[in-house]
Design a protein around this ligand. Structure first.
Ligand SMILES: Nc1ncnc2c1ncn2[C@@H]1O[C@H](COP(=O)(O)OP(=O)(O)OP(=O)(O)O)[C@@H](O)[C@H]1O
Length: 406
């Protein structure tokens, strides 16, 4: 119920815009009913427990009193001592109740400890996936400085009982190439990204700048590749902490990165390094959060940048801004862009079409558009003839090495 109230407050403008007040109120009543029934049950149980304890204590007190009246004369020598015994027994009721309540409270709180210990028992990812242990790896400290990616017979399955979602992928991505990755929903585009980051065990070999990613510790591998996801998450703290969580860079480096990605608004406050970011980054728009991720990648000087449907949630203007920033600031990097909007990737150096976990097409977009039976051709053509002609011209100009047209 509390989550519902929170979500309602955050989304109040959407609810009003869609006249969803009745629906939300009804949902609130349902949640409140569940919430209250739990509290009622909790209250009733407490009262029942108190009654039961009181009853037990009353029976014990009655029994003790009767016993002392009948047999206490011989064992207890004076009336003062007798009175003290009775007073202690009367006080016992409150003490027993307090004791039982404390036991219940402790066992409730222990649930939190149990949760922590459950996390503690989880198998560490490093042990399961980090095959680099005990392996020697020889690489320069600035690895990867070229950003070449090679896949050799790469397959990926999420579970041993499930079929592979990537099947025998073989391809080379050259240094500084801009690759667009397209395919239908569920084709395996995000799985390909997961394979590069080694989020799951991968069969086959993935090399980055000639080094097998299995030979590199996971944390090192992941720190060398920048990714901009669809919904970037920022942490509560200052903008500085979000750009440089480990305090490794000078302010001028951070400011340069912010300037390069053109993070600004009309008030010019959101690009201040001391600007306070709310948990999740909700005081930035999605596009601005993505620009912050780009700035982070610039600060770290990553040679490989991956955009996983990064611009799917932003308007065309922000999409353009992000694409232009990437073109300007990441021209020396290898950029892989997973996109549903085909005009986002039409001016890539090559387009990779994934279908059912297989690499079915991989060439310059203009070349792919020459094949009317090709999947890429059909994907673009189904958006309409006008769009097709426009995208074909952009692909052609890129193919001929001419400047971009807007
Ligand atoms: N964590 C997971 N566990 C099991 N199967 C998964 C998991 N993630 C994805 N899959 C399966 O892998 C296949 C490929 O999914 P993937 O997310 O790579 O597709 P995609 O091309 O990125 O799709 P979309 O365009 O919708 O994001 C799908 O059939 C999906 O059901």
């Amino acid at each position: 119920m509390l989550t519902h109230v929170n979500a309602t407050v955050q989304g109040i403008s959407t609810i009003r815009a869609l006249s969803g007040e009745d629906f939300v109120t009804k949902e609130f009543e349902n949640q409140q009913s569940i919430y209250n029934s739990n509290w009622l049950f909790y209250g009733s149980s407490s009262i029942a427990l108190s009654f039961f304890v009181d009853l037990t204590c009353f029976l014990f007190l009655s029994f003790t009193t009767i016993f002392l009246i009948l047999y206490g004369k011989d064992s207890i020598p004076n009336a003062g001592l007798l009175a003290m015994v009775l007073t202690q027994v009367v006080g016992l009721s409150a003490l027993v109740q307090f004791g039982i309540r404390e036991i219940i409270e402790t066992s409730t709180q222990l649930i939190a400890v149990e949760r922590i210990s459950r996390y503690d028992d989880l198998e560490e990812e490093d042990k399961e996936l980090d095959e680099s242990e005990d392996k020697e790896y020889y690489m320069s400290p600035d690895w990867p400085n070229r950003g070449e990616i090679k896949f050799y017979n790469v397959s990926l399955r999420y579970d041993n009982i499930l079929p592979a979602v990537l099947r025998n992928l073989n391809f080379n991505i050259e240094s500084r190439e801009k690759i667009g990755i397209v395919g239908r929903t569920g084709a395996g585009k995000s799985s390909l990204i997961a394979a590069i980051f080694r989020l799951y065990p991968v069969e086959g070999k993935i090399e980055i700048d000639g080094i097998d990613t299995r030979d590199i510790p996971l944390t090192l591998l992941r720190s060398k590749i920048a990714i901009i996801p669809q919904n970037p998450v920022l942490f509560a703290g200052t903008l500085r902490q979000n750009l440089d969580p480990f305090g490794e860079y000078d302010d001028h480096v951070l400011n340069e990165a912010i300037h390069a990605v053109e993070l600004k608004d009309s008030t010019n406050t959101i690009n201040d390094l001391d600007y306070q970011v709310i948990s999740g980054g909700t005081n930035y728009s999605v596009g601005q959060r993505q620009l912050i991720c780009l700035a982070r990648a610039l600060v770290r000087n990553n040679k490989i940048l991956i955009l996983d449907e990064a611009t799917a949630n932003v308007d065309f203007q922000t999409d353009d801004l992000i694409q232009n920033t990437i073109k300007k600031q990441f021209s020396h990097c290898t950029v892989l862009t997973v996109a549903h909007r085909l005009n986002t990737v039409i001016d890539s150096d090559r387009i990779m079409v994934i279908e059912g976990g297989l690499l079915v097409e991989f060439d310059h977009p203009y070349v792919l558009l020459q094949n009317p039976d090709g999947i890429f051709f059909k994907m673009i053509y189904q958006n309409g003839n006008k769009d097709f002609e426009r995208l074909k011209i952009i692909a052609y100009r890129r193919y001929m090495g001419l400047n971009d047209i807007s």
